[in-house]
Design a protein around this ligand. Structure first.
Ligand SMILES: CN1c2c(nc(N)[nH]c2=O)NC[C@@H]1CNc1ccc(C(=O)N[C@@H](CCC(=O)N[C@@H](CCC(=O)N[C@@H](CCC(=O)O)C(=O)O)C(=O)O)C(=O)O)cc1
Ligand SMILES: N[C@@H](CCS)C(=O)O
Ligand SMILES: [Zn+2]
Length: 759
């Protein structure tokens, strides 16, 4: 039996790549130094996997920013505006990722989107009519040779041509079908170059195959791989799928000349049924994804052994592996000093998952399993359910009635009332909540956590930051203010720490995009409210100004989606528990004089099933009511905002309206305001603040640029419904950029306000 890992985390157990990259961005280290750090991490990751006996170790899973962006670079898909900057290769790459503003010009970054149903984000490649597709950067080969030089034979991992084309944006007249031949030719050339250098296995990642596949999609997929595989000689090619099953194209996939097919048996509900009912071609290897690459719970060996045994009946040479890349879980439990031995027994991060694969391989290779100590220990672990119930919470959930999910009076009536109460101008300006988390803010929190800074000192520091933030917003002339979220490490982790039922880690970093990481808390037990979480900061901020200050909370669906969820109760049940806890905080804020409350549902879309047919029944039917449960108890005049980022929500627009918030702000500028048509076409009722500039890039938008965005917004929506705000929170930005950008935003709003008032 062999083991295979689809991909390994790359940011470094101590986020070494993040720190090195950010130093490079600030021109504190050279490209050479950055490259040395990257090399060191790659070596460490390959050697760790080798040490754990992994047979098929991935390479090219490393990236300075994102592997889809790397693939665009491999294919020469670099839009002219970036080439025109005349920068070197790495600088051009980062200009595509982060935008560029400097001596060479001023360009925005490529769009960024959520990677399937994860909290990772990829850069959207842009293919225009001029793009000449050719092999321009063979990073895949370079990294394969680098590992080979270290004595490690790796399996290069490449985002597959089909998934790449499905994720790309075609900005001219060309279509995916029209560029397929050229793209496949490059992949063919790549395979040949790897073959010449002695590659054994090449992995093509095709997660897009688990989505709803039309006949046209299937034919594009077939066309691509017939061509790519036609020229292959010695190399073995693995088609790797994950995040679901491939029910729409199982037969066609099996017919192609792949040597191995990777299926996900964790999220792929129908994977087992497909293999057992439709069979598996002899002569191909089945790569069974049995160790969950997305969640952090220990594998249940008994269940896995039973599963693999039934697969071996159909495909004796089954390879076992992770269900997807381990990119989505933290590095190792070894660094966690605050988790108890008892808790750690139930958990497995990336490194522990390697150990699980090794143990499973042993167990599955033995004729008898009785004597295997690891197997017996694992059986004992799962024999006794973990203690994690809270009867009071369960009773509250049972007692919920339909009326608890409905806010009264209805939207129109509330709107009239709120208009009078707040007296806001046309096109009110606001921000999404966070202000720069500067080194000073982080250092203070780090000091407070380590005990070097006392509670008193820390709270005084936070108050000082809040006061500065309120003064800055007043100076800029914003209409609805925020306290700045300086007390928060992260919008989810912060609440995880303050609610009962969560565990959190010290070093459980997971890459979210580029150099940015998050430390998802672990939902360990039933969740309940412990005490006020945000009231002190909001009330203090409100005491400093006559303008309304928004209370700032994270919604239950987002807390669930950006945490590691339990697997012993349903997501719905967990979300309702969180909703009840956040509802208490909403009411507490209201009681304390906070008149506008924003409940962020940034991650609402994240766990939306990848197959459309499952959207309502499997997710939206409980996720949207869970949000309503949080705010249904407030007074009519309390204004409820929500916010979403990277929101591709054209297709769930009605359900978003049904959240029944008074205002929604969302990411729009980076995805080219495509959502506006959908809002207009669907008679969207909630007032909207489509982000007028991209906060993920350091560039400062010009007034004229924002005015033109606002004009486009107002072509589609009444000025009485529109708010003016950035795309998302400002925590990642520098103070100087924020001040300049917000001042331009307010100036643009004033200009448009004048025009709109006269129309
Ligand atoms: C809105 N987004 C979010 C997502 N998921 C979340 N869980 N949260 C989000 O906000 N998904 C989609 C997007 C992704 N966007 C982002 C944006 C920004 C970040 C980010 O800035 N991450 C930070 C880490 C944030 C954090 O946890 N900070 C802690 C720890 C800070 C730290 O590094 N401390 C140092 C010591 C500091 C010192 O001495 O100076 C240390 O621990 O070594 C805190 O502030 O306390 C990042 O740096 O990547 C993520 C996702
Ligand atoms: N209120 C949060 C939302 C981010 S999605 C922030 O401003 O950072
Ligand atoms: Zn956001």
């Amino acid at each position: 039996m062999k083991t295979s890992v689809i991909g390994y985390p790359r940011i470094g157990a101590n986020r070494e790549l993040k720190f090195a990259s950010e130093k490079y961005f600030r021109q504190e280290i050279s490209e050479k130094k950055l490259e040395m750090q990257a090399r060191e991490l790659r070596r460490l990751h390959w050697e760790t996997q080798k040490m754990h006996g992994v047979d098929l170790i991935p390479s090219n899973d490393f990236s300075f920013y994102d592997t889809i962006l790397d693939t665009a670079n491999m294919l020469g898909i670099v839009p002219q505006r970036y080439q025109a900057l005349g920068l070197n290769r790495l600088e051009t790459y980062f200009a595509m990722a982060r935008g560029y503003q400097g001596n060479h010009g001023d360009v925005k970054a490529l769009a960024m989107k959520k990677w399937f149903n994860t909290n990772y984000h990829y850069m959207v490649p842009e293919i225009d009519d001029e793009t000449e597709i050719r092999l321009t950067n063979n990073k895949v080969l370079r990294e394969f040779l680098e590992a080979k030089g270290l004595g490690i034979m790796t399996k290069p991992v490449i985002p597959g041509a089909f998934t790449f084309l499905k994720l790309a944006r075609f900005t001219g007249n060309r279509t995916a079908e029209e560029v397929a031949e050229a793209v496949a030719a490059v992949y063919g050339e790549l395979v040949a170059s790897l073959e010449e250098n002695g590659v054994e296995w090449i992995q093509f990642d095709e997660p897009a195959l688990v989505m709803d596949m039309t006949a046209k999609d299937i034919s594009l997929f077939q066309k691509l791989y017939k061509q790519i595989l036609a020229s292959k000689k010695a190399a073995k090619c693995l088609l790797q799928t994950y995040f679901g099953d491939i029910r729409d194209c199982y037969t066609q996939v099996m017919e192609l000349a792949f040597d191995g097919i990777g299926l996900d048996f964790v999220e792929g509900e129908k994977s087992l049924e497909l293999v057992l009912k439709q069979g598996f071609p002899s002569g191909k290897l089945l790569f069974a994804g049995v160790v969950n690459g997305k969640n952090i719970w220990r594998n249940n060996y008994n269940k896995t052994v039973e599963l693999v045994r039934s697969l071996q009946a159909v495909c004796p040479e089954t390879v076992i592996g992770t269900s997807c890349s381990l990119l989505h879980v933290p590095y190792t439990l070894d660094s966690e000093e605050m988790l108890s031995g008892h808790q750690k027994r139930y958990l497995a991060f990336a490194q522990e998952k390697l150990a699980e694969l090794e143990e499973l391989k042993d167990i599955l290779s033995a004729a008898h399993t009785e004597g295997n100590a690891a197997f017996q220990e694992n059986i004992r672990l799962f024999d006794k359910p973990r203690e994690c119930g809270n009867d009071a919470v369960r009773e509250k959930i049972k007692a919920l009635r339909d009326a608890d999910f409905v806010r009264l009076p209805d939207f129109d009536e509330r709107k009239k009332l709120q208009k009078e109460v707040f007296g806001l101008p046309l096109l009110p300006t606001t921000t999404i909540g966070s202000f720069p988390q500067t080194a000073e803010v982080r250092a203070n929190r780090a000091g407070w956590k380590s005990g070097a800074v006392t509670d008193e000192q820390y709270h005084a520091f936070i108050q000082k930051k809040i006061a500065e933030c309120i003064a800055l917003q007043e100076e800029i002339g914003l209409d609805v203010l925020v306290h700045g979220e300086f007390e928060r490490n992260d919008m989810v982790e912060y609440f995880g720490e303050k609610l009962d039922g969560f565990l959190f880690t010290q070093k459980g970093w997971v890459q979210s995009y580029g150099t940015r990481c998050v430390k998802p808390p672990i939902i360990w037990a039933d969740v309940s409210f412990r005490g006020a979480m945000t009231v002190r900061e909001s009330v203090y901020a409100q005491s400093l100004t006559q303008k309304p200050v928004k209370g700032m909370l994270t919604g239950p669906v987002t807390i669930l989606n950006w945490s590691f969820p339990r697997e012993d109760i349903s997501l719905r049940e967990s979300t309702l528990q969180i909703a009840l806890a956040i509802r208490e905080e909403v009411l507490d804020l209201e009681r304390n004089g906070i008149r506008i409350i924003q409940i962020d549902e940034a991650a609402l879309r994240e766990k939306l099933p990848l197959r459309k047919t499952d959207w309502d029944s499997r997710y939206l039917d409980w996720a949207i009511p869970a949000f309503r449960l949080v705010h249904s108890g407030v007074k009519p005049e309390t204004q409820i905002h929500t916010h979403m980022c990277y929101s591709e929500f054209n297709d769930i627009i009605k359900q978003i309206d049904a959240m029944d918030a008074d205002v929604i702000t969302f990411e729009a500028s980076r995805s080219d305001l495509t959502i506006l048509d959908a809002l207009a076409a669907n008679g969207f009722r909630t007032d909207v603040g489509p982000g007028v500039y991209d906060i993920h890039s350091p560039r400062v938008p010009e007034i004229a640029e924002i005015v033109s965005v606002l004009k486009r917004i107002l072509e589609n929506a009444s000025p009485y419904k529109v708010w003016v705000n950035p795309d998302c929170g400002l925590k990642t930005r520098a103070e100087k950029e924020v001040k300049a950008s917000l001042a331009n935003m307010v100036a643009a709003a004033l200009e448009m306000r004048g025009k709109s008032a006269h129309e």
